[in-house]
Design a binder for this molecule. Structure first.
Ligand code: GLN
Length: 391
């Protein structure tokens, strides 16, 4: 019996009771449909990374790690940021290891925002951002990314900053659109952050998964941003180990310290053997991540081609695990309904983009498919779609 009548869940979290990823993955299991919904690879990461985790388990790395993460991993993250982006970080107090990027982002928002504050982000947004902002008591304010290139109106962004804006949350490469923010866009965002004295928190978990030679540029490397940006990333996407949940946040001491204060009162710490394995993964030659990136790019091409030949209008991504289609091209207009019907109709699962929008109309006809799957799985799914939507 519940101790009080009614729903014990606090009112502000009631809009977040269901996760579209859990719902759609459960539908895939229940119907036997191919799961192109939740973004996780269906093959393991590099063998040496898996072996490093096994070695760490056998070597007795099984007790609590330090709250900020094992020194080897903090050093590996600092080294990674220097090698790839020329950033200079002290692993002692400018790097924090977290339970995935999710915990880093939630901890940062909870640490630095509260009632009366506004958090600025782009729409569509990854679902966790909305929940973290709500949990903190702050309000989210969104600036739309518009098709076909997911550009934003700089004036609209400027106008969205109010005296209450405390933090800008940027995701690049961007889930669900696959947009990789360009240098000129990032420079404009950086200028605005400096001018209006905003903190930036960046979700860069797809940093190594950019296509067609596009460079990922951390916002923290733009003028004036190193002192006001908390850069967040993780091992999950880069090394195809999404279930390991080893993430990190780096940046100036005050931002890292604030984030650590919340983080140590949530999970405190965890995943010791995986932290050792990720330290080893980050030390691998860059050819390993380049190989994973190339493989994903060919999967992106395969999925885009398959979707096009099944009659879908495809919005090609510049990075990430995801390809977006507009279902109006197959005579439908409601992506949510399309995704609810798809397992039975075609034996495939996808994610409706409308769950990533406040403005329900804006993403209504968009649907996201994950391309991080084996080639034969993509081919099978595309064959099913082509049969279900004869042109
Ligand atoms: N990042 C993954 C996606 O967008 C899912 C993460 C989750 O299940 N919350 O598909």
């Amino acid at each position: 019996m519940t101790p009080r009548s009614g729903d014990p869940l606090v009112e502000r979290m009631r809009p977040y009771t269901s996760s579209i990823f859990a719902e759609m993955s459960a539908r895939a299991v229940a119907t036997g449909a191919i799961n192109l919904g939740q973004g996780f690879p269906d093959t393991d990461g590099p063998a040496e990374v898996i072996e490093a985790a096994v070695d760490a388990l056998r070597a007795g790395h099984n007790q609590y790690p330090p709250g900020a993460g094992i020194p080897e991993l903090r050093a590996a993250v600092a080294d990674h940021q220097r090698r790839h982006y020329g950033m200079d970080l002290d692993p002692a107090d400018e790097v924090l290891i977290t339970m995935g990027a999710s915990e880093a982002i939630a901890s940062a928002v909870l640490a630095m925002c509260g009632p009366g504050d506004e958090v600025l982000t782009f729409e569509p947004w990854f679902d966790l951002y909305a929940a973290a902002i709500t949990l903190s008591g702050a309000t989210r304010r969104c600036v739309p990314l518009r098709q076909p290139d997911w550009s934003f109106d700089p004036e609209e962004l400027r106008r969205a900053v109010t005296p209450a804006t405390r933090l800008l949350l940027l995701n690049s490469p961007h889930n669900p659109t696959g947009k990789v923010f360009r240098a000129d866009e990032l420079a404009m965002i950086a200028e605005l952050c400096v001018e209006r004295d905003l903190i930036a928190v960046t979700d860069e978990v797809y940093e190594h998964l950019t296509f067609d030679g596009r460079a990922h540029l951390p916002l923290a490397t733009f003028p004036g941003m190193a002192d006001r940006t908390l850069t967040v990333s993780s091992a999950g996407k880069t090394f195809s180990v999404t279930g390991w949940k080893v993430g990190w946040a780096s940046g100036p001491v005050p931002l890292v310290r604030a984030t650590r204060t919340v983080k140590q009162n949530l999970s405190y710490s965890g995943g010791t053997p995986f932290q050792h394995a990720v330290a080893a993964a980050l030390a691998l030659p860059d050819a390993v991540t380049a190989g994973l990136r190339e493989s994903l790019q060919s999967k992106r091409d395969r999925l885009c081609a398959g979707l096009r030949s099944a009659g879908f209008q495809v919005i090609e991504p510049e990075g990430t695990y995801f390809v977006t289609v507009d279902v109006r091209s197959v005579g439908q207009d409601d992506g949510m309904q399309f995704c609810r019907d798809l397992p039975e109709r075609a034996g495939v699962v996808a994610i409706p983009d409308s769950v990533f929008y406040d403005d329900a109309g804006a993403g209504r006809s968009l649907v996201r498919f994950a391309c991080c799957k084996r080639d034969d799985v993509i081919d099978d799914a595309m064959g099913r779609l082509a049969r279900a939507f004869p042109t």
